[in-house]
Write a protein of this length. Structure first.
Ligand code: NOJ
Length: 767
């Protein structure tokens, strides 16, 4: 990424910069709120979460506040970046101050969380990963960049490539699931889509790979919690996705909140310098997570914020997101010799290098209000959002009920059937409820013959969606943990029947098929939304039971931001479609699938357990000396099956596929495995063919299966195709007891199949 001309201009600038101006380049601010209320923003937020004021009152008070961008400080060269500016007018106003009114005219960098779309909100990342489709992942990232850059955004805090094996963690929704290879491919596609080959173009934005590293392994799935694991496991399972994104040219990296083996990532020299820069060759900028540098004091690794700032900068953290630890302390730390000026210069150089790479020095105004006006929700973006939603959905069960005929009258019930805004999912901060097509909206638009009943008595139905975290909370630097969703997570007045039985039976009499729209509200996953029980709220299960009791066939649609433990849903439903949180085109995409206008092809990228107690549950586990089995003294639980409810890689279609003719051929560089896949049903479809490997005996125990590659193939009804995978010997290695990457001789098994549990296989000896 280094460019000689840019490096020379940076060196010249550094010579001119005062100490304060250098520190200013490392400071990212969120706008602060000044307004008619007496308490601080975070106190106000807490008052709402504590129920002292209503959400409406919170929003009213917020609307009386003005956003203060501390423009005098920007003019004085004391601010290098903002988080959360996402409109062209503000972006250009701030940029004008930076480039035309500050002493050195250094452009300001505007960052924002554009996680799964800007205004055209596409499915949450966990959903989209189920398409197993890098081309799609890149196209949706491109649309996100087109819209966000029109609104003045230069850098998105995405992709999140944290491998996540514990469904209790709310942030599983923001990544590509439990597998290292999938997370890497997903991340690389997003980096390409956001940045393109030329990040300096007006419609390219910098990617920020997060959360480096291992955030998805937070103990017990509790957000911000510790991560303690062997270096071998870290390297094999958690680091490859970040490394792949860095190698794909990501311009920035966000260190994670958590510690790794006792050292918080924000001050982790090994992570930020030895590994990221010296080993992987990263030349972009690192930016802390919100407030993370100052939080090192609470974490217990720094005595005060000055100590935290010194440790972070020295470790390799370039920019401070909103904690002000750098702003308040760095100049003094350099003056007193606690921090080396060369470390400060390194950090400033990294930040300026990214500003140059984005073209901001030569072309600081990359959008206009006029451009922004025409940028959002174009018809072709909505078409893509619908395609992405369709391809993300996973058919979990189908007893011949789907696809439905348009002749049938459908009865729809459940709290998520008409909740358009809930379709956005977590981290859709620029998305708007009114842009979303709910299932009920889509039925209206498409003239479907249907009846809609919430099916829950008013108090129950009203409990869904009442605790949304206000958009913008994060930008203001607020990261307080609140029990969002606690109310939805299954609390019903003891003894009271939450179901509106009369309405359900009326509806059932009139209709041929019943559809239950169940799941989580968008606040029940995402940041600070870990759950200790990942099943459905009790009243939703009661509703499903009531629907089943009518005797009519029942389709359950699941809207959720994490795997759910829902064996009862499987048992009570004739068909189950995992719709996730599908974005603005939710309802239309669901009807495409329900009516068979699209043949579902998504496959799970995360394991669904039977019960929360099985978490973390993932396919690539190692064996113990006593693998779970019939015998008493084997590795298992007494009260739940050994197998998951739905395994990794699983997903049905309206057609069927037959796998046959497995063969293996050893070559010079690797082994080639082949199968034939036949579409044995009556419909055309797409099948995601998966290839796994197991190293049978090694110096360290190896996973029972590890995804090595996948291919998504189109098969017309009756068609057969041969599918081949070549796995290089180099990729069959692992880290030995001394952390050397080795490829060992011995026996391996290769698997090819429709999911992680249903494969053909063969063995070969490497020797
Ligand atoms: C905290 C989150 O952990 C991170 O993912 C996000 O990008 C920042 N806040 C900024 O909003």
């Amino acid at each position: 990424m280094k460019n000689q001309d840019h490096e020379a201009r940076i060196a010249a600038l550094l010579k001119e910069m005062t100490l304060e101006e250098k520190v200013g380049q490392l400071r990212q601010c969120g706008p602060s709120l000044v307004g008619a209320f007496e308490v601080s923003f975070s106190e106000l937020l807490n008052m709402m979460f504590d129920g002292k004021i209503s959400k409406e009152e919170f929003e009213r008070l917020m609307s009386t506040a003005e956003q203060d961008y501390r423009e005098e400080e920007l003019r004085a060269g004391r601010i290098g970046s903002y988080n959360g500016v996402s409109d062209a007018a503000t972006a250009n106003r701030l940029q004008k101050i930076a480039v035309e009114e500050s002493r050195l005219g250094i452009p300001v960098l505007l960052g924002c969380d554009v996680i799964h779309g800007f205004r055209t909100v596409t499915p949450i990342p966990l959903a989209e990963s189920c398409a197993w489709d890098p081309g799609l992942w890149e196209r949706t990232a491109r649309v996100a960049a087109l819209e966000a850059t029109a609104a003045g955004v230069h850098m998105t805090f995405a992709p999140m490539v944290d491998v996540a094996k514990d469904a209790r963690w709310g942030r599983v929704s923001e990544g590509a699931g439990e597998d290292a290879l999938l997370a890497a491919r997903y991340g690389v596609a997003k980096v390409k889509g956001f940045q393109t080959d030329d990040p300096a173009k007006n419609d390219s934005m910098a990617a920020c790979v997060k959360h480096f590293a291992g955030y998805g392994a937070a103990e017990a799935g509790r957000d911000y919690n510790r991560v303690d694991m062997s270096m071998q496991r870290l390297h094999e399972e958690y680091l490859p996705s970040y490394e792949a994104c860095v190698k794909a040219g990501a311009l920035s990296v966000m260190p994670a909140f958590n510690d790794i083996n006792g050292v918080p990532c924000s001050v982790n020299q090994w992570l930020l310098t030895d590994l990221l820069r010296d080993t992987w060759g990263f030349e972009g900028m690192t930016i802390s997570d919100a407030n993370a540098i100052a939080e090192c004091v609470i974490h217990g690794i720094a005595e005060d914020t000055a100590d935290a700032a010194a440790q972070a900068l020295t470790a390799g953290m370039d920019m401070d997101m909103t904690s002000e630890a750098y702003h308040e302390n760095l100049a003094e730390l350099v003056k007193t010799g606690v921090v080396k000026e060369s470390d400060l210069d390194r950090a400033v150089t990294d930040v300026l290098r990214v500003k140059f790479a984005l073209g901001l020095f030569d072309n600081p105004y990359q959008t206009s209000v006029e451009k922004e006006r025409q940028a959002f929700l174009k018809p072709e973006y909505r078409t893509l959002a619908r395609e992405a939603a369709v391809k993300s959905m996973v058919l979990l069960k189908n007893e011949g009920l789907l696809p439905l005929s348009r002749e049938k009258k459908i009865g729809i019930a459940g709290p998520l059937a008409a909740a358009g805004g809930e379709m956005l999912g977590a981290w859709a901060i620029s998305g708007k409820d009114e842009d979303c097509v709910s299932l009920a909206d889509a039925c209206e638009i498409q003239d479907v013959t249907f009846v809609y009943e919430k099916g829950l008595k008013e108090s129950e139905a009203a409990s869904v969606g009442t605790e949304s975290v206000p958009a913008g909370a994060e930008q203001a630097g607020v990261t307080e943990s609140v029990p969002a969703g606690a109310e939805q997570a299954g609390v019903t007045a003891a003894g009271a029947d939450p179901v509106d039985r009369a309405a359900i039976s009326r509806m059932a009499e009139e209709c041929d098929v019943l559809i239950a729209a169940l799941g989580e509200t968008k606040d029940m996953s995402g940041e600070a939304a870990s759950r200790a029980s990942i099943t459905l709220p009790e009243e939703q299960l009661a509703l499903l039971r009531a629907l089943k009791e009518t005797g009519k066939p029942v389709v359950t649609l699941l809207f959720n931001g994490r795997p759910l433990a829902v064996p009862e849903v499987d048992a009570l439903s004739d068909a189950v479609l995992e719709a996730w949180q599908p974005g603005v085109e939710a309802g239309n995409a669901i009807l495409d699938v329900l009516y068979g206008e699209a043949n579902p092809s998504g496959k799970l990228t995360t394991t669904f357990p039977h019960t929360t107690g099985q978490c973390p549950m993932y396919y690539a586990h190692i064996n113990t000396g006593r693998p779970g089995g019939r015998g008493k003294f084997t590795s298992k639980y007494l009260d739940t099956p050994l197998t998951p409810l739905y395994p990794f890689g699983y997903g049905l279609s309206y057609t069927t596929y037959e796998y046959a003719d497995f063969s293996l051929e050893q070559g010079e560089e690797g082994v080639t495995a082949r199968v034939t896949v036949k579409n044995t049903g009556a419909r055309d479809g797409e099948e995601i063919v998966q290839c796994y490997l197991c190293d049978e005996t090694a110096q360290r125990v190896r996973p029972v299966k590890q995804l090595m590659d996948f291919k998504k193939i189109a098969l017309a009804a009756g068609e057969t195709k041969e599918v081949e995978f070549t796995i290089s010997y180099r990729d069959m290695g692992y880290y030995d007891r001394e952390m050397n990457y080795i490829v060992e001789e011995g026996w391996f098994t290769v698997f090819i199949g429709r999911d992680s549990a249903d494969c053909l296989s063969g063995r070969f000896e490497l020797g």
